[in-house]
Design a protein around this ligand. Structure first.
Ligand code: TYM
Length: 332
């Protein structure tokens, strides 16, 4: 059976980008077609300046939202990364497999280190080694497929290179995984700045739809989205990135494809109105289930406990085999 692994980082409230680019397909497709693990990758949230209480709160909220989005613990494994030691154990071996040049070439490292320096913050060493930990997340489970948004593809490509290199040097140990992107909305853009990705931690929240935004807030954000000059509704991501983003969101919410949908609208206003309603309807059940689950945190904790137990059992033999293959003396 195909093995799937993916994760979400608790650095901010989950966004429509996270949902359309990843989480929705985990819930609607992936958990039914594969042996799937989904993790709240909390250790990754420590690679930038963080507030401990906030990370803890966001981790629980992310877990609750994954369940609210429809992940069913009877079908897939949902767990918190730091509950399974195998990730950090394996990460070190992969740091010893990667080169510093490879890590420095990662787009997210470049962007985030520039941003940290501009804000007068130091760059944590873990920001550079982040992709080794991400590779460990994936390789510890002999993962075949990694369903992610477009922005994570480069990290999964590096994971493939590391797995191949390790296997070649030390003998077959890891499955070589591949990234799988959703057919539409693989990169949802910020509504106020359609040149950049809708990210959890963009400074202003005006261009970001959070999964827990109230319906009226969603409507306001979509209606105020930056559109492009001209009046014609066309799907042209280069010339009209704002309109193209709305068309992609609408297509992802309601089916259809962005180019065809463009032909249906004769004004930006009506496109925005329909997009706003489609997003509100898409998120309504998620918000409702989140409210129910949040009232019973014990239930979520229990899911995470059982998930971590299952994950530990799967990862341990793979990581033990990697320790032996790389030349470390077995503990006996
Ligand atoms: P993170 O937490 O930034 O995002 C979680 C998932 O959401 C996708 N995503 C988007 N998709 C479309 N449009 C957007 N605007 C958008 N923003 C985010 C991401 O591509 C991702 O699939 N490094 C990862 C977390 C991670 C991971 C892993 C993922 C750690 N280990 C192992 C897969 C496998 C991250 O920061 O995702």
């Amino acid at each position: 059976m195909t093995r799937i692994f993916s994760g979400v980082k608790p650095t901010g409230h989950l966004t429509l980008g996270n949902y359309l680019g990843a989480v929705r397909r985990w819930a609607e497709v992936d958990q039914y077609r594969a042996d799937a693990l989904f993790s709240i990758v909390d250790l990754h949230a420590l690679t930038v300046e963080h507030d401990p209480a906030r990370v803890r709160r966001l981790s629980r909220q992310a877990a609750t939202l994954l369940l609210a989005a429809g992940l069913d613990p009877a079908r897939c494994t949902v767990f918190v990364q730091s509950h399974v030691d195998a990730h950090t154990r394996l990460s070190y071996l992969l740091e010893c497999t990667a080169t510093d040049g490879e890590l420095r070439r990662m787009i997210q490292y470049k962007e985030k280190s520039v941003r940290a320096k501009a804000a007068g913050q130091s760059v944590r060493a873990s920001l550079l080694t982040y992709p080794a930990l991400m590779a460990a997340d994936i390789l510890a489970y002999r993962t075949d497929e990694v369903p992610v948004g477009d922005d994570q593809t480069q990290h999964v490509e590096l994971t493939r290179d590391l797995a191949e290199r390790f296997n070649l040097r030390y003998g077959p140990t890891f499955t070589v995984p591949r990234a799988v992107n959703p057919p539409v909305a693989a990169r949802v853009m910020d509504l106020q700045d359609p040149g950049s990705k809708m990210g959890k931690s963009h400074e202003s929240g005006a261009g970001i739809i959070y999964l827990l935004d109230e319906a009226d807030v969603v409507r306001k954000k979509v209606m105020r989205a930056v559109t492009d000059s001209g009046r014609e509704v066309e799907y042209d991501p280069v010339e009209k990135p704002g309109v193209a983003n709305l068309l992609e969101i609408l297509a992802a919410c309601g089916g259809g494809n962005p180019t065809e949908l463009a032909g249906v609208y004769d004004s930006y206003g009506s496109l925005k109105q329909d997009t706003a309603e489609a997003v509100v309807e898409l998120l309504r059940p998620v918000r409702a289930r989140h409210a129910q689950l949040a009232a019973d945190p014990g239930q979520v904790d229990q899911v995470l406990k059982e998930g971590a137990e299952r994950a530990r059992g799967m990862a341990r033999p793979v990581v033990d085999a990697a320790y032996e293959a790389i030349g470390l003396l077995p503990a006996g």
